[in-house]
Design a protein around this ligand. Sequence first.
Ligand code: ADP
Length: 368
Amino acid sequence: MVDPAFTRLSASEDIFRALLEATNSAIIFVGTDGVVSYANRGVRDFFGLEPSSLIGRQRAEFVRGELMHLAAAPESLAARLLLPEDGSREMVVEDITLVRPTHRILERYSAPVGKADGTLHGRIDVFSDVTVGRTLQRNKDDFLSLVSHELKTPVTSIKGYAQLLRRRAEREHPPESTTVAYDVIERQAHKMQELIDVLLDLSRLETGKLALQLEVFDLRALVERVAALVRLTAEEHSIAVDLPAHPVWLRGDERRIEQVVTNLLSNSIRFSPGGGTTRVGMIPAHDRVKIIVADEGIGISPEAQQHIFERFYRAVDLSESTGMGIGLYITRGIVEQHGGTIEVDSQAGQGATFTVTLPLDGAGTMPP
Ligand code: ADP
């Protein structure tokens, strides 16, 4: 008579096998010795390999054999698929591109499989077809890049010619309505230019093309300059700066760091509708410098703090706020490209404090 425990066990194994077969992914399980002990039906659909033909073989053998020739750069695909090494506890999520028999982008999720006692069974590799999603994303990125580039030229010339016409008209003492009209055209063209610049930055960040122009500059002077500029546009607010006595030499992209400081300062003003003081501090240490921007505005709830650095996220809808929710996303992108971090500390209704930490890269307080 068959042991009922055995019957239950084999029914349970049937169910788990059926589940793995029913997924729309290719799944390969390799033991810590590198030998394949399971491959599902998806392996046939994705790689054209018979699942049973993989069982008992070393992963290196079929990766370097049948599999690598599906890619345009076989050697590089093989090198990636053979990592992490057998017995590693590392997890990897990456895209791989196959060109044979058709072009496909697969997301590879590779994770160690642990036993209850903490040792390893081996590694599972799950491949999912993400061609459609990745292609849509690329098309969207290309479209954003194309549109923002194409809009830049006409807007720049509208702005330039409006300025020229206004200057010409001013010499002839035109009616006030004419100068007002020129002002409006210039102001609106300027706003459009700013929006296009934000879209261009967004597109560069998304496609990894936000290249930094590195040079050594005085960060203290930069913060002082930005604070003076923002002060001019914020009459209801005061900006108090507390900066070190000496220059702080930073190796970075001066224009981009200026954008970061401008963004934080202008946010501190925009989100303090009742006025108040923004305090800007700077703390240099031997290998890093902190820039701190603290306001007394509306603050940010703990829930919103989780999201403010994401694209298009806006925690509040102030009528005077015309932002797109991209500023902090770009700010964080620039800071991270410099090897730095940005953090927020706030309580709703009690102001917000943003701290940017940038590595000093040995430049520090020494002149360049
Ligand atoms: P935008 O200002 O264009 O909406 P940002 O990316 O600069 O986009 O900011 C995202 C959101 O974070 C803002 O909409 C606002 O809700 C919140 N935020 C940013 N800075 C502050 C601040 N200093 N005080 C309160 N809220 C802020």
